[in-house]
Design a protein around this ligand. Structure first.
Ligand SMILES: Cc1cc2nc3c(=O)[nH]c(=O)nc-3n(C[C@H](O)[C@H](O)[C@H](O)COP(=O)(O)OP(=O)(O)OC[C@H]3O[C@@H](n4cnc5c(N)ncnc54)[C@H](O)[C@@H]3O)c2cc1C
Length: 536
């Protein structure tokens, strides 16, 4: 082989582009999951949630250390495990970074990684169909970005509330132009507008080259380490993946690469492979009897994630939601013909129709404590393109579809999350030999008071927005903080929304504590905590 790589989102882009540039290059892809091509669980957008079911083998569930900051709970963080990685299982919500994120990379010694230098490459990835002629979007790339074609009126209701209720933030047509950080918009997604299929990196970059005899794809194989000789990566050692190939022999195989080894195994895989290869902090490597080839203490450090939570709400009985296709195989089957023939219907939908990027107002900052203000002053104030949080409403309650059935009610929900957490964790190996062992993972979620205060504020904002939507019929008690009965914040069921000009809920100190507890108890529950029954 000339080039050997792993098979996630980024790796498929790199491999596909290399193969297109020079079809004579011999490229080997080594992926721990299985093929994703044409499988309903990957190509049918509505099934994104099924990949997170308890017995799923298309994701890896990374279980963290139990943490006092999460009231003794161990967070579980999924990541993709199939050819195409996260792009084959994610929620397909089109979300781009801020221009200053890339400039930050360059500031930290990564020459050539500034926003202006990367923009042409970012544009090259996409065909952005919702709006034409925008300077920061691409219009001829392999990944199709589309607006929702199955309009439940859900996004419109959310945006109507925003226009009337939230005077601090405008409704715009695009919050993904790299500079808008405090505005509402319709949501766009990684779904082909014609076929209604997920646009993932494997189907758009790699599978089109699958008749190229120079590309070899190994699935169900887990890379143990990169082989380094005289300071040069010359190949990899791999074994079988214990989850996607249960019972396989597990023998170790070596493959050599004459030109290049690309390690692109995601937030959990890449640091683990580097450490097993002798690249990392001596204190970690020595613990596992690995000879230090490169002393690089940052490997596996600085783990950051969008910590968030998802309260649920009752919706009026006539509301169209995704819960039926998520929980009832007959409802799903009834939608199949429309999706196959027209690429439309609930199967083509990811339940997300609108979103808001949030930077706090002066009043919000003042009312939520010094830790949040200090984070603002040191991090956000001078980067106006960085949102502090995001609220993404879902037409349905994906975390527990069985819940809607058992309650006999229509549900909606909204995920709110922190965009740049100050709580920063780590991922390290637990063995130098066994590549299938779980990682030593501490996300450090909620260790920082500023993050906790921001989550509290996002909860309140989410609730104010949702309870003004015409379809709102109350709060699902089990999926909200446990406010005391007499509190004005107590969760209720209602016959309709509150008036648009209703005063905001006043939260007492005890209510704020309940919200904090809710976020620590439920934050990044990684859905596993919720699952009971699941069909998809
Ligand atoms: C459930 C979920 C929902 C998400 N929703 C969204 C969303 O709506 N919008 C959005 O923009 N982003 C979303 N994301 C995030 C996004 O999908 C990821 O950031 C992105 O896919 C990461 O790409 P990557 O190339 O870094 O890694 P990955 O795509 O994770 O690729 C890593 C690959 O390496 C493989 N691998 C790891 N270790 C080894 C090993 N030792 N040997 C062989 N193979 C190995 C894995 O199996 C995987 O296929 C979501 C992610 C998840 C998990």
């Amino acid at each position: 082989m000339e080039i050997s790589e792993l098979g996630g989102t980024t790796a498929c882009v790199v491999a596909g582009r290399l193969a297109a540039a020079d079809p004579s290059l011999k490229i080997l892809i080594v992926e721990s999951g299985q093929h994703s091509r044409d499988l309903p669980c990957h190509v049918q957008p509505c099934r994104f949630i099924g990949n997170l079911a308890r017995d799923s083998t298309t994701v890896s569930f990374n279980v963290a250390k139990a943490s006092p900051h999460l009231n003794g709970r161990a967070a579980v963080v999924p990541c993709g495990r199939s050819l195409g990685g996260g792009s084959t299982v994610n929620f397909m919500f089109y979300a781009r970074g801020a221009a200053s994120d890339y400039d930050d990379w360059e500031r930290f010694s990564n020459k050539g990684w500034s926003f202006n230098e990367l923009l042409p490459l970012i544009k090259k990835i996409e065909t952005f169909t919702p709006i034409s002629d925008r300077p920061t979007h691409g219009y001829s790339g392999p990944i199709q970005i589309s607006a929702s074609r199955t309009d439940f009126g859900f996004g419109d209701q959310f945006l109507d509330v925003a226009r009337t209720y939230d005077r601090a933030r405008p409704v715009v047509d695009d919050i993904n132009d790299f500079k808008t950080a405090n505005a509402y918009s319709m949501a766009y997604r990684y779904v082909d507008p014609v076929t209604g299929k997920r646009c993932d990196a494997a189907s758009r970059y790699l599978y089109p080259h699958s008749n190229n005899p120079n590309i070899t794809i190994l699935v169900g194989k887990r890379v143990k380490r990169v082989i380094i000789e005289s300071g040069r990566a010359i190949g990899v050692e791999y074994t079988t993946d214990a989850i996607s190939c249960p019972g396989a022999s597990g023998e170790l195989v070596t493959v050599k690469a004459s030109k290049l080894v690309v390690v692109s195994a995601g937030a959990f895989g890449s640091p683990s492979i580097l450490e097993r290869s002798g690249i990392g902090s001596p204190s970690v490597l020595e613990k596992h009897d690995i000879r230090v080839l490169v002393d690089l203490p940052g490997v596996g450090e600085n783990y950051q994630d969008h910590l968030g939570t998802c309260p649920a709400f009752y919706a009026s009985s006539e509301t169209e939601t995704m819960d039926d296709v998520w929980s009832d195989p007959k409802a799903l089957a009834a939608q199949l013909k429309e999706w196959e023939e027209n690429g439309t219907g609930k199967i083509a939908h990811n339940a997300i129709e609108a979103a808001v990027k949030v930077r706090l107002t002066g009043e919000q900052l003042a009312s939520h404590g010094p830790a949040l203000r200090s984070r603002w002053e040191t991090f956000f104030q001078h980067s106006p393109d960085k949102p502090m949080g995001m609220i993404v409403p879902f037409s349905g309650f994906p975390l527990d579809p069985s819940c809607s059935g058992s309650l006999g009610r229509k549900l909606i929900c909204a995920i709110y999350y922190i965009m740049y957490p100050e709580s920063i964790g780590s991922v390290h190996i637990t063995s130098g030999e066994d590549a299938n062992l779980p990682v030593d993972f501490d996300p450090d979620y909620c260790s920082n008071p500023g993050d906790v205060a921001l989550l509290t504020l996002l909860y309140k904002m989410t609730r104010e927005l949702t309870r003004r939507m015409p379809m709102y019929r109350g709060d699902v008690l089990a999926c909200h903080p446990n406010f005391s009965q007499g509190s004005p914040a107590a969760c209720t069921e209602t016959n309709g929304p509150v008036p648009m000009d209703a005063p905001d809920i006043m939260y007492t100190a005890a209510d704020n504590e309940a919200i904090e507890k809710f976020n620590r108890d439920k934050g990044k529950s990684s859905l596993l905590d919720y699952y009971s029954v699941f069909y998809l």
